[in-house]
Each structure stands twice: as structure tokens, then as C-alpha cells.
Design a protein around this ligand. Structure first.
Ligand SMILES: [Fe+2]
Ligand SMILES: [Fe+2]
Length: 334
């Protein structure tokens, strides 16, 4: 049984993408640099437990809201993005809210991000998609700032919007006891949403495992280096992220860098098809690849072997390798 809190005072607004004419590209301004702090990139603790939960819950097409996820396995994906404007001013967004509330409280505190959110120095929470490991930890963020602006894809299910408003989903062991009191901005997929000079969101409307629809990415336009794409899981693939930029964005013919999950080998071993995609990445000429989360260690190992410019981390606080930007690590572009 679910319920919506009576205390809900949040407002919701739906935004359509900026107009676009085929053959033209959209210029959303430029920034000087971006810095990303990885609060946590581990979606869950153990792949086998995760796969067992999915199969016991009805398989990859079952709804994530109906699967009795084991809480001990929950961790979560969450990063702090800091955008340095051309005027030197810094603006911040939190990307995703993780999964386990206890774990997220700990990670937000350990990285100093909790203080910044509580002080109002982070202007919004940008939710890339509805998956458990990006959304279910929301209460830990709302405890710090219940009125933080939240960007969601307009393809979110009613369950996800109810969780934000303050609802329990006992079947999926999800709950939010801190109703959101700020603005929810629903971004329609299929086009460009400029968020600030040099930063835009783009929603990709595609079916994703566990009954989810759509994932949105961020693109930052660095004055000198060009575009950097930032993802949650990257279910839509780096190929689509690059193709969208090439078709629609000013300076989009070549991406300078990537940050976040690339969903190449999320559950362990690399299949030959996944390995082919990693090899194919070479022709994109990325100058800096700061991948983590569901990219998968096997995929990153192959990138390193192929000589790709992978940004390294420290392999601490739960992250299993120093080959990539992990928990507590930061990376700067520009
Ligand atoms: Fe994920
Ligand atoms: Fe995901």
C-alpha cells in the first residue's frame, strides 16, 4: 500500500525542449571548467545478489517497484557537479540520489557534499532516471534540503513522483519520509534544455530494464575544450550521446570527454559484443574518459589496455579499483 503525504506543498512544471530546426545546432553558451566529485558510484554491493533479486522478482522486464530488493545490497550512484562560469562564479548540481538512505547519508557526509547541500550551495538535484540505485536514496538528500529543486525526465512513472512527494513502497523496500517541498521540473525528452550558461540537459526516451522509460544526460560546453557529456547509467549508450551532440549541439561534432556510467559491462564479465563497443569507442577520439558505476571494471580494463585516456581514481571507500574515478574521487575538465 502506498500513500501520499498530506504535507505536500511542492509545485510541478513541465518544460518542453528548446526549438530546433533540422540542419541547425543549438548554442547553450559556455563555461570555463567543470569539476565532478563522486559521492558514490557503486550501485549495489554484490552483483550475484542483485541478479538473484532481479530473477526472483520476475526478470529484467519486471517493474522495479514490485521487486523485494534486499536492502543490505543497496548502495547508490550520486555525484556533485560544479560548473565554473566564464565570470568565475560557481554553480552546483547534484546528479542522482543513490539507493540506500543510510549509505547515502554516510557518503554525502564523508565527501563534504552534505554540508554544501544543507547550506543551499547546490541549486538543484538532477535525476537522470528512475532506477533504484539513482532514486531510492532521495530521502537522504531531502533531509538536508527538503525544498531543493528537482529535475526529472517527464517520463517518470507515477510511483517515482509519489516517492518524491513522500510515499512508501514497502514491496520494493523504498520509502521517503521527507516530502519534497520545492519545485519539480519535468523535462520532456527529445531535445535540449539549457540549464545555465554552458550546461544543458537532454532526455532520451527509450525503454530501460526493470520497466523504466527514459534517461537524461547533461552536456557541458567548455570554452576551450568543447563538450563533455555526463551520465547516470548511460543506458542510451555513448554512441547515441555522441550522435545527438553531432546533430543538435554547437561544437558537437566531437565530444571532448565523458563522465559517469557507460553501461558497458554492468554485471561483471565483458561479452564479445560489449568488448566490440569498447573497441569502437576509439574512433570517437575522447580526450578524457571519467567513467565509473555501471561501466564495469572489465570494460575499463579493456579501455586502459587500448590506451584510452581514462581518468584514474584511488579505489577507496567501497570502489573496487583505482583504474577509474570512484567514491570520494574528483575529476576536473577544463
Ligand atoms: Fe545505475
Ligand atoms: Fe540505470
Amino acid at each position: 500500500m502506498t500513500h501520499i503525504s498530506e504535507r505536500r506543498t511542492a509545485t510541478t512544471r513541465t518544460v518542453t525542449p528548446a526549438p530546433w530546426t533540422p540542419g541547425e545546432t543549438i548554442d547553450f553558451g559556455a563555461c570555463r571548467s567543470i569539476a565532478v566529485t563522486c559521492v558514490s558510484e557503486i550501485g549495489w554491493a554484490d552483483n550475484r545478489d542483485m541478479l538473484q533479486d532481479i530473477s526472483a522478482g520476475g526478470g529484467v522486464t519486471a517493474s522495479q517497484w514490485r521487486i523485494p530488493w534486499r536492502e543490505a545490497n543497496a548502495r547508490g550512484s550520486c555525484s556533485l557537479l560544479e560548473v565554473e562560469g566564464l565570470d568565475g562564479a560557481r554553480r552546483r548540481l547534484l546528479i542522482d540520489a543513490g539507493w540506500s538512505r543510510d549509505y547515502m547519508r554516510e557518503r554525502l557526509a564523508a565527501t563534504g557534499v552534505a554540508e554544501r547541500v544543507a547550506a543551499g550551495e547546490v541549486e538543484a538535484l538532477f535525476l537522470t532516471h528512475e532506477h533504484i540505485d539513482h532514486l531510492f536514496g532521495l530521502q537522504a538528500v531531502l533531509e538536508l534540503k527538503p525544498d531543493i529543486t528537482i529535475y526529472i525526465p517527464s517520463t517518470f512513472h507515477a510511483e517515482a513522483e509519489r516517492l518524491i512527494a513522500g510515499a512508501d513502497f514497502p514491496e520494493a523496500h523504498a520509502a521517503n519520509a521527507v516530502p519534497h517541498t520545492g519545485e519539480v521540473v519535468r523535462l520532456e525528452p527529445g531535445g535540449v534544455h539549457p540549464l545555465m550558461p554552458g550546461l544543458a540537459a537532454v532526455g532520451f526516451d527509450l525503454p530501460i530494464m526493470l520497466g523504466i522509460a527514459g534517461e537524461q544526460s547533461l552536456y557541458a560546453n567548455l570554452e576551450r575544450e568543447g563538450l563533455v557529456a555526463l551520465t547516470g547509467c548511460g543506458h542510451h549508450g555513448f554512441e547515441r550521446i555522441a550522435a545527438f551532440a553531432a546533430e543538435r549541439l554547437a561544437r558537437g561534432d566531437k565530444l571532448h570527454g565523458l563522465y559517469g556510467g557507460l553501461h558497458l559491462a554492468p554485471f561483471g564479465a565483458l561479452t564479445s559484443e560489449q568488448a566490440d563497443r569498447v573497441r569502437d569507442m576509439g574512433r570517437y577520439g575522447f580526450k578524457r574518459i571519467a567513467c565509473n558505476h555501471c561501466t564495469g571494471l572489465a570494460a575499463v580494463e579493456l579501455m586502459v589496455e587500448l590506451g584510452y585516456p581514462v581518468a584514474r581514481g584511488t579505489g577507496r571507500d567501497g570502489s573496487i579499483s583505482d583504474l577509474y574515478v570512484g567514491n570520494g574521487d574528483s575529476v576536473t575538465f577544463g
